[in-house]
Design a protein around this ligand. Sequence first.
Ligand code: MG
Length: 261
Amino acid sequence: MKNRTLLFCLCISLFACQNDTKENSTILDTKIKEEPTEPGATEIWEPKPPIVSVGITTKIPSDAIVLFDGSDFDEWTSTADSTAVNWILNTDKSMTVKDKVGDIQTKRNFGDVQLHLEWRSSKEIRANGQNRSNSGVFLQNRYEVQILDNNNNDTYVNGQVGSVYKQAIPLAKASSETGSWNSYDIIYHAPKFNSEEKIAESATITVMHNGVLIQDHVTIKGTTEFIGWPKNSAHGKAPIKLQDHGDNSGVSYRNIWVREL
Ligand code: MG
């Protein structure tokens, strides 16, 4: 009897809730259809967006997950075998790729994100083309935004700094001087897959390089392959990965944070 009463109450609540929603949408629809005669008719007051403050010195949003602040590698793991990260932790709150140690990735998995990171190429010029300070940030472990010292260093443009590797040529090259810090601010929306594990909606990406728009809501066609066309296998949330290109890149990173969207 108690259960039946509970069920009855639940049904009434759901009905009331649905009615509320319907009524609200009807009001909104009416507002859209009829030409408003007063300013209040087109004002929406609820729900209010969450309040996010930004650190005065850190510039980090209050709802961000700090992935690296120079203290440790606690948020990271080795991609190859999930062991502790063996890259170089520097005294200036940065880290440097340790050559041939392998990629590192976040312990957490992510879907849609706003990602901020800063990177610096090696001051010493050690090689040319794709072998000069090559690294990269991979969204969901699959989709690479290229990091490269392209200053006076030509390469194929769909593989240059700021490219979605082998897919999207950046709109501009906004690199700092060789050996100086760069920032990437990335807005990424993950792909969606249908029940048959086929791609239903492609991933999209927007990238600012040192504050300059270089990828403008670009559609990611699939994995960013070194050889071959992009591939699309169904996946869920996945780590953010940083690349060890394996050629003594000397690339450093600092100040990495992410907001889940
Ligand atoms: Mg790379």
